[in-house]
Design a protein around this ligand. Sequence first.
Ligand SMILES: Nc1ncnc2c1ncn2[C@@H]1O[C@H](COP(=O)(O)OP(=O)(O)OP(=O)(O)O)[C@@H](O)[C@H]1O
Ligand SMILES: [Mg+2]
Length: 413
Amino acid sequence: MEKETFLTAIDVGTTKVCTIVARLAPGKDPEIVASGIVPSQGLKKATVVDIEGAANAVRASVELAEGEAGMKVPWAYVGVTGSHIEAMNQWTAIEVSNHGSVITPRDMAVAHVSSVSSEPSDNRQLLHAIPRLYSLDGLKGIRNPVGMHAQNLQVETHVIQGAASLMANLVRSVEKAGVKVKGMVLEPLASGEAVLTPEEREMGVVMVDIGGGTSDIAVFKEGAIFHTAVIPVGGHQFSNDISMAFDTPFLAAEEAKVKYGHALPETVDMREELDLPVLNGITQIKVSRRELCQIVKERAHELLELVRIKLEQAEIKDISGTKLVLTGGTANLPGLEELARQTLSGHVRVGVPSGVKGLPEKLVNPAYATSVGMLLWCSSREAVHDNHVNGKGGPLALYSQFIRWLTSIMRAK
Ligand SMILES: Nc1ncnc2c1ncn2[C@@H]1O[C@H](COP(=O)(O)OP(=O)(O)OP(=O)(O)O)[C@@H](O)[C@H]1O
Ligand SMILES: [Mg+2]
């Protein structure tokens, strides 16, 4: 009998660090056995700016999870995001080994390795190379060409790269906390895993994870990832605007935003007021809640416009008719879903992680989409480079990643 194993995922966010430990047993769904959540330190817009601070937060989060699990966490997968992330889809033509005969798994492996064999440029590191679709003799849209007849095979790959130095700082922070980094996962891909349905991916969906420091976009089409992008604006900017407007400390602004914020000020009673400390912290001022919500709305509106621009830049047409799923902590902001409906798409919902065995109530919140999604991504697909922590992820790593992916789709057939 195969032994059960454990998998740990750490979401090192701008506002919180969340460690999740899950039990994996052959033939069974992963089961969450422990989690540890602490406020983050040392990150700005999802990028490590203070390794010592980040390491302290990771250590505290891991220790909480270890205490709950009753075991040490030797290694973990880590989420990565930030405006240094770049993604593109590229088509690569491959001659099949035996003209006119059926496509073999080997042909597909060669296609995949060739499609991403060029080394990333200086200071760039390959994060993921995900096969999307295939084309056989010019016929596009094939999902699994194994066993089909063709002379020419083309593969479309979604290639994601990031800044090697920034990713190395993240790895160093986690390893300084005593945990070896086994691999990295792009955060919006992980979030999509936790909050999107297979039907949404099939029909086409835009997911936006609005965290504290960034808003991460993942677009799925025809069941596969089509576009990923990161906007360096998140909930922190909302709080910062309140702090500046009312001359109140950031923490007081953050608290007021979470307690009284609404993205539709017109729905808030004009007479409602709240107390805010002014910068010296000694005096309190009375502030109109509607006025505070107006500031929140302006920032939310601007962010949704940035999402629109990013989508238009990626030539994603008909945004108003495309399903939009909002997640991340800022998706908790009342009225945001409706504002997005009025400005971006007629089909909006808030995505909350669900359907995972052992999911504790505290993780049933959009803020944990990435954390829960990382666990699902790593346990089911394992589409993570084993060696990209130490190198740039060469063809060998891509080959083994591809074989794991191929095995998973063959099993699913
Ligand atoms: N009810 C609420 N109303 C408004 N904002 C909220 C609410 N609850 C949480 N937030 C905001 O969500 C943000 C944190 O979200 P999340 O936990 O997803 O961020 P993160 O993962 O740490 O950051 P990032 O992914 O950007 O690195 C904070 O800015 C917080 O103020
Ligand atoms: Mg996040």
